[in-house]
Design a protein around this ligand. Structure first.
Ligand code: NAD
Length: 299
């Protein structure tokens, strides 16, 4: 059993903290929203009045916050890097930009502390079922090994991607590829349908051919083909388009700072940016199929 402080109890953090409680850990929780804290307290967590209080006596500090600015604010501006116990390992599971993750890891090291980035894949369903994939960036593999058993109480795959920031880079690469395969699959289905093919027949052909991919296997964006896919429930998420746009922005930032060329990633960013600005941000990211369908040739 470990003593864990969990900061950020939103859509992802609340079920992750609940799984740590189920795993038998002593969990102390804090969120800016008091109801989120009291709801976890009913499951057995210790309710804290501040992040600093939650961290008192903790062996591990886990944060799950919306974006880079929140993570930087918690650890640097609010001083958690100074106030957390020196022996505590700090684990940020939020999806943020790799440069901020590297900066925080270096700032932690400068204070004699260890911090790793550990963003997740698997969404709210994975957080609830405890089946998340964690991709970690750690300066010291031994620190990663100490964190791994805790992460396995919230997920089923835990990878060490490399040094500080590597977890964030892995997450950005994966989601950029996912967005490209979602757009590509949507284009193929739209092309086939506009040429008189039944999208279900076409999907089955591609699934048995070299175009086979994860989107076709479990997340077909064409409505009515897969009972459990968001496309068959009016694109209710799932994984919202605005979160995909956020992740594509992080991928573009990593590409710029490393001078890696990502032409298709850039196009995917533009398409999701337009899709979100047209009011589809809260819809599942597979709703890009509708945007592709409605594109008209330039006259
Ligand atoms: P959310 O907005 O539901 O939850 C974030 C929580 O952080 C909120 O409860 C908020 O009150 C709290 N918070 C913000 N600043 C705080 C502070 N200083 N101290 C304490 N609490 C604070 O977001 P979410 O959907 O849980 O996502 C969290 C992270 O996980 C994001 O980085 C997101 O990109 C990533 N992620 C989300 C999904 C998904 O499907 N939702 C999937 C994978 C990764």
């Amino acid at each position: 059993m470990a003593t864990v402080a969990f900061i950020g109890l939103g859509n992802m953090g609340a079920p992750m903290a609940a799984n740590l409680i189920r795993g038998g850990h002593d969990v102390s929780v804090f969120d800016l929203v008091p109801e989120a804290v009291s709801s976890l307290a009913t499951l057995g967590a210790r309710a804290a009045a501040s992040a600093e209080q939650a961290c008192s006596g903790a062996g591990f500090v886990i944060s799950m916050l919306p974006a880079s600015k929140h993570v930087e604010s918690l650890y640097l501006d609010q001083g958690l890097l100074d106030s957390a116990p020196t022996s505590a390992i700090l684990v940020d599971t939020s999806t943020i930009d790799a440069d901020t993750a590297r900066k925080l890891s270096a700032a932690a090291a400068g204070r004699g502390r260890s911090m790793i980035d550990a963003p997740v894949s698997g969404g709210v369903a994975g957080a609830t079922e405890g089946t998340l994939s964690f991709m970690c960036g750690a300066a010291d593999p031994e620190v990663f090994e100490k964190v791994k058993p805790i992460l396995l109480d919230m997920g089923k795959n835990v990878f060490l991607a490399g040094g500080p920031g590597a977890g964030q880079v892995a997450k950005a690469c994966n989601n950029m590829l996912l967005s490209i395969s979602m757009i590509g699959t949507s284009e193929a289905l739209n092309l086939g349908t506009k040429n008189g093919l039944d999208p279900e027949v076409l999907s089955n052909i591609m699934l048995a051919s070299s175009g086979k991919n994860w989107v076709l296997e479990v997340y077909n964006p064409c409505p009515g083909l897969m009972e459990n896919a968001p496309a068959s429930r009016n694109y209710e998420p799932g994984f919202m388009s605005e979160l995909m746009l956020k992740d594509l922005g992080l991928a573009m930032a990593a590409a710029t700072s490393s001078e890696a060329m990502t032409p298709l990633g850039g196009l995917a960013y533009e398409l999701y940016n337009r899709h979100v600005s047209e009011g589809m941000g809260k819809k599942d990211f597979s709703s890009i199929f509708r945007a592709i369908e409605s594109l008209q040739p330039e006259s």
